[in-house]
Design a protein around this ligand. Structure first.
Ligand SMILES: Cc1cc2nc3c(=O)[nH]c(=O)nc-3n(C[C@H](O)[C@H](O)[C@H](O)COP(=O)(O)OP(=O)(O)OC[C@H]3O[C@@H](n4cnc5c(N)ncnc54)[C@H](O)[C@@H]3O)c2cc1C
Length: 278
């Protein structure tokens, strides 16, 4: 691999079974050849267990790689977060992706944190500079944001609370990313805002995710994918071309790195990384 390429990172969700954990170790081993800066592991997202995050992070580290747990604060107490993060610290973990998390339907008790900026402030107040803190960014704006301007302002507040870097929600429109970076740079943000990249493998799954998280599948892309119906091979081949071109354009125009949503599978992400010269 070329050592001059911008850093990349890979995201996993915790496995639910011992077989899943074994598969994840293999995936991690396959992706390690691209020398990622780190692997991250989601927390409580999509029904995954929260204990699984630490187990997966330790597994990745035992295999000799850098790993960062995600941490969401919605519904949590200060004491709960302090104890969990202290445990991470005692395991020598120094890198966290700090999030609010999605509000579960019917949730009445919000807990001690309303937004991710409050979690970032809490982590800095309690643990100083021990952790490298990543936060989430939304080039196409968070689905609950009242306006683009409010979302940008809230992102800047979150950075000013002490974030070291940001990872974006996935998107297929590079202009949305560059406009977002321009807007936050104009407001004084100088931390890296790393594009989150979602490989295209399955149209109905992608459409479902995108509906939930507010990522837009552009009309031209949706129609092309829909026309392929159940032809998985064509969807994958086309998806690889589209996503590799997106990554190439992002890197050529100054994106500071790439963060891949692997969905715990090495295939498509490996092909994209190879094509990009990693
Ligand atoms: C890279 C990445 C990784 C993720 N990993 C996980 C994971 O592991 N587990 C998981 O459960 N979810 C995860 N998510 C999803 C994330 O938790 C959801 O998108 C969630 O709805 C928002 O989290 P946030 O940290 O961006 O929230 P925030 O930054 O708090 O923003 C949430 C909303 O509140 C608004 N807001 C922020 N501050 C204020 C304020 N002071 N006043 C009024 N409004 C405000 C924002 O504009 C936005 O609309 C991830 C998302 C990304 C992009």
């Amino acid at each position: 691999m070329s050592t001059s390429r911008p850093p990349i990172s890979f995201e996993f969700f915790p496995a639910k079974t011992p077989e899943g954990a074994a598969r994840l170790r293999t995936t991690c081993q396959q992706l390690a050849q691209f020398r990622p800066e780190f692997f991250s592991v989601t927390f409580g997202a999509g029904g995954s267990t929260q204990d699984g995050t630490l187990a997966a992070v330790l597994d990745i580290r035992n295999a000799g790689h850098a790993a960062a747990p995600h941490l969401s604060c919605i519904g949590a107490t200060r004491e709960g977060i302090r104890a969990l993060v202290q445990n991470y610290k005692e395991h020598g973990i120094r890198h966290i992706v700090a999030l609010r998390g999605d509000i579960p339907s019917g949730m009445v008790e919000m807990g001690d944190f309303r937004y991710a900026n409050e979690l970032v402030s809490f982590l800095r107040a309690e643990f100083g500079d021990w952790f490298h803190i990543e936060v989430a960014a939304y080039p196409e704006f968070h689905p609950q944001a009242p306006s683009a301007e409010a979302d940008i302002r809230n992102f800047v507040n979150k950075v000013n609370a002490g974030a070291n870097a940001a990872i974006t929600q996935y998107f297929f429109n590079a202009d949305a990313y560059f406009r977002f970076v321009d807007a936050v740079t104009a407001r004084g943000v100088s931390i890296p805002v790393v594009p989150g990249i979602m490989p295209i493998q399955n149209f109905s799954q992608l459409a479902r995710f995108s509906e939930m998280c507010g990522a837009e599948i552009p009309r031209w892309l949706r129609l092309r994918l829909q026309a392929m119906g159940d032809d998985v091979a064509s969807i994958r081949a086309f998806g690889l071309d589209v996503v590799t071109e997106l990554c190439d354009r992002l890197l050529s125009n100054g994106a500071p790195g790439l963060h891949f949503y692997t969905l715990n599978s090495a295939g498509a992400v490996s092909t994209i990384c190879q094509r990009l010269g990693y």
